[in-house]
Design a protein around this ligand. Structure first.
Ligand code: NAI
Length: 290
């Protein structure tokens, strides 16, 4: 009988095998990708796939990630440059945007913001006992950095017409997940910045701005949340397609960088196997699906 996970253990999650067909999806496009820390990172998969789809990219991450993570290895593998930039520091973002345009030889077609960190979660503070200077740091890293990035791109007029700016979010912005803590508010703020700045970018540059709300994914940021394995499993059982893996999230990111989604903007787009519209599933009730 069918018991347990929708995606049975040991069965590979379905990921895009169309890469050959789509290999030129991003041909000639120039992009900046934030947030590749290690092989698990969603941004890591986006970088690999964007390159394979014909894009020229610059990688970036916080200086500490260059010391702790493997971004240099990825840069070598993809034969691209990796530039350290703390996304909370305007001077770092300004230098990054300037250098990226020099390296890539023109305006930027797509940008991925794949950055999140909660100081209170990291220090294991309960939601009812948060430290506010830590909270402000969390908001700065996880959300305000997105506004800072967009404002820098805007003021330098660095985005190409019909370009695409994307950030990664989580359904904790809309619903309660007790251990997601102040990241819930970070994501709510992030999604709101996408809409508000997306308006201005649309009017002036025909640039679109969206967020993708991704399934729980086993990465460094994801597994840092208390009870992660439980809500990974819960989301998997509740979602008719099961949890969306990082590789599939990268496929979706590519579609949003491509010319196939030119009029999609100001959206928070669920990439979650259907989780966000579910109320209850048969598996959660211990029943065998029809
Ligand atoms: P990750 O830990 O691989 O990536 C987070 C990145 O943020 C790291 O590369 C880290 O170096 C970077 N970062 C932290 N502080 C920074 C700063 N000051 N300046 C520049 N970069 C900084 O984890 P993951 O899961 O790939 O996270 C990427 C995005 O996806 C985040 O926005 C996360 O909230 C979001 N997300 C993750 C989910 C999950 O379950 N893993 C679910 C839904 C969204």
């Amino acid at each position: 009988s069918f018991a347990g996970r929708i995606t049975p253990k040991g069965q590979e999650a379905k990921i895009c095998t169309q890469n050959k067909l789509d290999s030129m999806l991003l041909k000639g496009k120039k992009g900046i990708i934030f947030g590749a820390l290690n092989e698990q990172s969603i941004a890591w998969k986006v970088a690999q796939q964007a390159k394979a789809a014909g894009a020229d990219i610059v990688l970036t991450n916080a200086p500490i990630a260059f010391r702790m993570g493997q971004i240099d290895e990825l840069a070598k593998e993809l034969d691209c440059q990796a530039i350290p930039a703390d996304a909370t520091k305007l001077e770092d973002l300004e230098a990054l945007v300037e250098k990226s345009q020099e390296i890539l030889g023109g305006k930027i077609d797509f940008v991925l913001h794949s950055i999140g960190m909660s100081v209170n979660i990291r220090k294991k503070k309960a939601y009812t006992d948060l430290k506010y200077d830590w909270m402000q740091k969390t908001f700065d890293i996880s959300a305000i950095s997105f506004h800072k990035l967009m404002q820098t791109l805007w003021q330098k007029d660095a985005m190409a017409e019909w370009g695409s700016i994307l950030a990664l979010s989580y359904i904790g912005a809309q619903r309660v997940f007790p251990h997601y803590s102040e990241m819930s508010e970070s994501k709510a703020l992030l999604e709101s910045f996408a809409r508000s700045f997306g308006y201005h970018f649309g009017v002036r540059n025909k640039v679109r701005v969206n967020t993708i709300s991704q399934s729980p994914t086993p990465t460094t940021a994801g597994t840092g949340v208390k009870g992660f394995d439980q809500f990974l499993d819960y989301a998997d059982k509740m979602s008719p397609l099961g949890n969306a893996p990082a590789e599939a999230c990268a496929d979706y990111c590519l579609s949003l960088f491509s010319d196939h989604t030119r009029y999609v903007t100001l959206q928070n787009l669920y990439h979650d196997g259907g989780f966000s519209n579910m109320g209850m599933s048969e598996i959660m009730m211990g029943e065998t699906p029809e």
